[in-house]
Design a protein around this ligand. Structure first.
Ligand SMILES: [Zn+2]
Length: 163
C-alpha cells in the first residue's frame, strides 16, 4: 500500500503503516520510566468501568461527603425540634374540631393539586409560615397535601376558593 490512510483519504507522500509511533530514538522511555509513570498515574487515571474506580467514587460521594449532605439523622432531629418549638411559641391555637371543619369546607381536597383525601393525606399548612411569624389560629391554616405543603415551603400563598 502506497502511503497511509488518513482522515480524508490516503496520503501517498506518507510512508509506513500509519498510526502513532510514540517516542523513538533517544526520546524513547526506558521500562523503568514507563513503570514510574504508571505508578504516578495510578491514582489519577483509572478505567471508569473498573470496580476500583466505582468503589472510589462511592467512598467519595457518600455520607458527609455527598454534595447534598444535610447533616444526617442528628441534624434531622435537631430541625424537627426547632420546628416544634416554633409551633409552641407561635401565637394562637386551634382545635381538632376546627381543623376537621376546615377540611370539610375544602371538600377534603388539596386546593393546589385538586386531589382528594383518600388518595392524599391533608396536612395543616400555615398560610403565613411560622418562620415569618404567622399564627397557629385556624384563619392561618389551610389544608394541603404533603407534597404541595413541601413545595410551598416558606412562601405565603393562599389557595382559598380555588377548589
Ligand atoms: Zn396537593
Amino acid at each position: 500500500m502506497a502511503g497511509i490512510k488518513g482522515r480524508s483519504g490516503v496520503y501517498p507522500h506518507r510512508k509506513g503503516q500509519g498510526g502513532r509511533k510514540g517516542r523513538t530514538g533517544k526520546y524513547k522511555r526506558s521500562p523503568q520510566q514507563i513503570e514510574a509513570l504508571r505508578q504516578r498515574l495510578k491514582g489519577i487515571k483509572q478505567n471508569p468501568r473498573s470496580e476500583a474506580f466505582k468503589q472510589n467514587l462511592r467512598e467519595l460521594h457518600t455520607g458527609s461527603k455527598a454534595y447534598n449532605w444535610k447533616g444526617g439523622y442528628e441534624n434531622h432531629l435537631h430541625l424537627n425540634r426547632l420546628r416544634r418549638i416554633r409551633h409552641l411559641q407561635a401565637p394562637g391555637s386551634h382545635t381538632l374540631a376546627e381543623w376537621l371543619t376546615l377540611k370539610a369546607q375544602y371538600d377534603f381536597t388539596c386546593p393546589s393539586c385538586h386531589r382528594r383525601e383518600p388518595e392524599i393525606t391533608l396536612t395543616e399548612d400555615h398560610i403565613i409560615p411560622l418562620t415569618k411569624f404567622g399564627s397557629n389560629n385556624i384563619e392561618n391554616i389551610q389544608p394541603l397535601c404533603r407534597s404541595c405543603n413541601s413545595k410551598k415551603y416558606n412562601k405565603i400563598i393562599y389557595y382559598a376558593n380555588r377548589v
